[in-house]
Design a protein around this ligand. Structure first.
Ligand code: SF4
Length: 151
């Protein structure tokens, strides 16, 4: 999986204390993006999913958040990571610039696996005109915190 960074002890990317994995590459090009350096899919570094899982295991925080960038650009690795985190008993949030409906319309097995296993999807592009600093865990009011049905 190609990642930009791993941040430990986050309290702003979901409930509790979390490990946050920022993935490389984003096609959405939102105006006002907080991190345009995340757009390059060849940026960051390549790491094995198993390496990330071991790190998460050692860190021992309540939850794991995968953000970007656009995590679904690497849907197979994302599905592997989400399933492994769930097997460790972690609460898993995934951020995406796609809407849930757009993801479902892809009819992609790995994408669907992520939707089946993750606890929460925070969806939608960042819309500068809808930016609201008062929102918890979101940048703009069009984005939704969606509690997913679990398998
Ligand atoms: S989805 Fe996120 S990372 Fe991608 S361009 Fe929009 S704000 Fe930036």
């Amino acid at each position: 999986m190609r990642i930009l960074s791993v941040v430990e002890e986050s309290v702003v990317d979901g409930p509790g204390i979390r490990t946050v994995i920022f993935t490389a590459g984003c096609p959405h090009r939102c105006k006002g993006c907080h991190n345009p350096s995340s757009w390059n899919p060849a940026g960051g570094e390549e790491v094995e999913v198993e390496e990330l899982v071991q790190r998460i295991k050692v860190s021992g925080w309540d939850g794991v958040t995968v953000s970007g960038g656009e995590p679904f650009l690497q849907s197979s690795a994302l599905a592997e990571l989400v399933m492994a985190c769930k097997s460790l008993g972690k609460n898993v949030w995934v951020y995406t610039g796609y809407t849930l409906e757009q993801l479902e319309a892809m009819h992609d097995e790995a994408v669907q696996t992520v939707l089946d296993y993750a606890d929460v999807l925070v969806d939608g592009r960042f819309e500068q005109s809808l930016r609201d600093m008062g929102l918890r865990f979101r940048g703009s009011s069009n984005q939704r915190i969606i509690f997913l049905n679990k398998v």
